[in-house]
Design a protein around this ligand. Structure first.
Ligand SMILES: O=C(CO)[C@H](O)[C@H](O)COP(=O)(O)O
Length: 225
């Protein structure tokens, strides 16, 4: 993973699905540090997306890319985690509501050689993180209710980002803090000020015709060159 202070993760949910190979190549060449891969099950969220076979094909085509797999599935199971790890995930997150055994699932992800993360919906409190820091490589704070791209960031979620950052600082750990939903040139700085350093961007990156310009604008809004 890059040592950059801020990382941008283009979300393929907003890519042109009939030209995904071209779109992902373009994204990687023009400012996407990470490719965000949303897995939706029509149950935990009201949408359905990308299976492990799809990730395997992407991994074969883009061997150097960092794939961040966000599992929005209920229940999350060992088999689902194993399938996406074997398909080529670098990072895997799931939601604490989707298993009785959060710690065991995080351990499984790490034992499979991936970075492990917990994803928090807008209505989910971050308190469980307190007991899990040694198993958490990253925390994904959803800044919209998950399921669809193109929604507006929910301002109260920024307070949660700040709470997660404070809790991590108090525990003397430095997980990546990822935000996802409604991140664009107008909102990205507030996310960073709250403590985020990994930004999932769908419509404001993949949804733009000129990804290089989109990434430059996002980095500019962060105060970077
Ligand atoms: O999980 C998600 C929505 O549930 C996505 O990552 C989504 O692609 C974010 O899109 P946008 O940047 O347009 O809000």
């Amino acid at each position: 993973m890059s040592e950059k202070r801020f990382l941008i993760a283009g979300s393929i949910l907003s890519a042109d699905l009939l030209n995904l190979e071209k779109d992902v190549a373009d994204a990687l060449a023009n400012g996407s540090d990470v490719i965000h891969f949303d897995v939706m099950d029509y149950h935990f969220v009201p949408n359905l997306t990308f299976g492990p076979g799809f990730l395997k094909a992407m991994r074969a085509r883009f061997p150097q890319a960092v794939f961040d797999v966000h599992l929005m599935v209920d229940p999350v199971t060992d088999k689902i985690i194993e399938d996406y790890a074997q398909a080529g995930a670098d990072m895997i997150s799931f939601h604490p509501e989707t298993t009785f055994h959060v710690e065991r699932m995080l351990t499984l992800i790490q034992n499979l050689g991936c970075k492990a993360g917990l994803a928090l919906n807008p209505g989910t409190a971050p308190q469980c993180l307190r007991y899990l820091w040694d198993k958490l490589d990253f925390v994904l704070v959803m800044t919209v209710n998950p399921g669809f791209g193109g929604q507006k960031l929910i301002p109260s979620c920024l307070q949660k980002v700040a709470d997660v950052k404070r809790m991590a600082t108090e525990a003397n750990v430095k997980p990546l803090i990822e935000v996802d939903g409604g991140v664009d040139v107008r909102t990205i700085k507030a996310c960073a000020d709250a403590g985020a350093n990994l930004f999932v961007v769908g419509s404001a990156f993949f949804g733009k015709p000129d990804r290089k310009e989109a990434a430059t604008s996002l980095r500019g809004a962060l105060g970077e060159e």
